[in-house]
Design a protein around this ligand. Structure first.
Ligand SMILES: *Cc1c(COP(=O)(O)O)cnc(C)c1O
Length: 341
């Protein structure tokens, strides 16, 4: 199976498994796991922030991020198709009484123009607007890298208006590699950033929430209440540290492999890239209805040994990652073209 359904499908490499086996561990709820401490320091340093908290998932990182900036009756502004609003069960509403307010934007790219009239006045009718949240790269937006200049402008606007700034950086390192802009520079535009080790970086489990020491302390307390206080988590942290040390630069290979797919899709009359620009490891395309629905089409691909993910009625997502080679992606592209004839 050439499995392009997601970049979460990667399995630890032999070298990563060796790092896991060699990890020193302790009880992290006691603050005594050296591998977790190392990962948290490493993550904070990489993003130029004071502190970090290792958490089981990107969802937990994002939701802790929401809760340390917002409370019941507050709202945060975010792009309408973002993960935090659409793929996290409205967790902030479910658990914290916080409303995520969707703001629609062409190409999923928010600008200050989209946001500036959205801050609610101080009036008993309204929720309190507390935060703006961005996603980089944008998953539903086809792995687009947010334009850095626009992110800087949104950040400055938010600060001037007393809003907190959170980044869902599940694929921040894809943005770093594709843009050449450092993780520190991206992170400087935000108060808190969540990053995922279990996507393109290829670790089995885990994310981090990174930010100022006082806020990360609050997040650590809340993580425990949510059942996320974990014990000898150093086994997982060692894998994540290994990924930060060894798997960041190679994301360029995934991006190059995504271009192989994009080029094939451009050759077919029955397939259309949405968006047309492929910048990182995510390729989203629409299929002609004569090929069936996306679910039917993905089934047919599966029979031919290619995994892709239905992402809408006629929309399909493919993601390149550590566990697929250029040869395999080339083969997948050929099968895709055969099935689109
Ligand atoms: C995967 C992902 C997350 C976090 O997902 P988990 O499955 O909870 O780790 C958050 N944001 C984006 C954009 C993602 O793609």
């Amino acid at each position: 199976m050439i499995d392009l359904r997601s970049d979460t499908l990667t399995r630890p490499t032999p070298a990563m498994r060796a790092a896991i086996a060699a990890a020193e561990v302790g009880d992290d709820v006691f603050g005594e796991d050296p591998s977790v401490r190392h990962l948290e320091e490493q993550s904070a340093d990489l993003l130029g922030k004071e502190a970090a908290l290792f958490v089981p998932s990107g969802t937990m990182g994002n939701q802790l991020g929401v809760r340390i900036h917002c409370g019941a009756g507050d709202e945060f502004l975010c792009e309408a198709e973002c993960h935090i609003l659409n793929q996290e069960q409205a967790a902030s509403a479910q658990f914290f009484g916080v409303y995520g307010r969707p703001v629609a934007a062409e190409g999923h790219l928010l600008t200050v123009g989209h946001l500036e009239d959205k801050i609610r006045p101080d009036d008993v009718h309204y929720a309190r607007t507390r935060m703006v949240c961005l996603e980089n790269t944008h998953n539903r937006g086809g792995g687009r890298v947010l334009p850095f200049g626009e992110v800087e402008k949104i950040s400055a606007w938010a600060t001037a208006n007393g809003l907190a700034r959170h980044l869902d950086g599940a694929r921040l390192f894809n943005a770093v590699v594709a843009s050449g802009i450092s993780a520190k520079d991206w992170a400087a535009c935000f108060d808190t950033v969540s990053i995922c080790f279990s996507k393109g970086l290829g670790a089995p489990v885990g994310s981090a929430l990174v930010g100022p020491r006082d806020l990360i302390k609050q997040a650590r307390r809340l993580r425990k209440a949510l059942g996320g206080g974990w014990r000898q988590a150093g086994l997982l942290a060692a894998a994540a540290s290994y990924a930060l040390d060894n798997h960041v630069e190679r994301l360029a290979d995934d991006h190059a492999n995504a271009q192989i797919l994009a080029d094939a899709i451009r050759q077919s009359d029955a397939l259309k890239l949405v968006p047309a620009l492929v910048e990182t490891n995510i390729v989203i395309f629409e299929i002609e209805p004569r090929l069936g629905t996306a679910a039917d089409f993905c089934k047919k691909l599966g029979v031919q040994g290619v995994g892709m993910f239905p992402f809408g009625k006629y929309r399909v997502r493919a993601v390149t990652h550590l566990d697929v080679t250029a040869e395999q992606v080339t083969q997948a592209a050929e099968i895709l073209l055969e099935l689109s004839e």
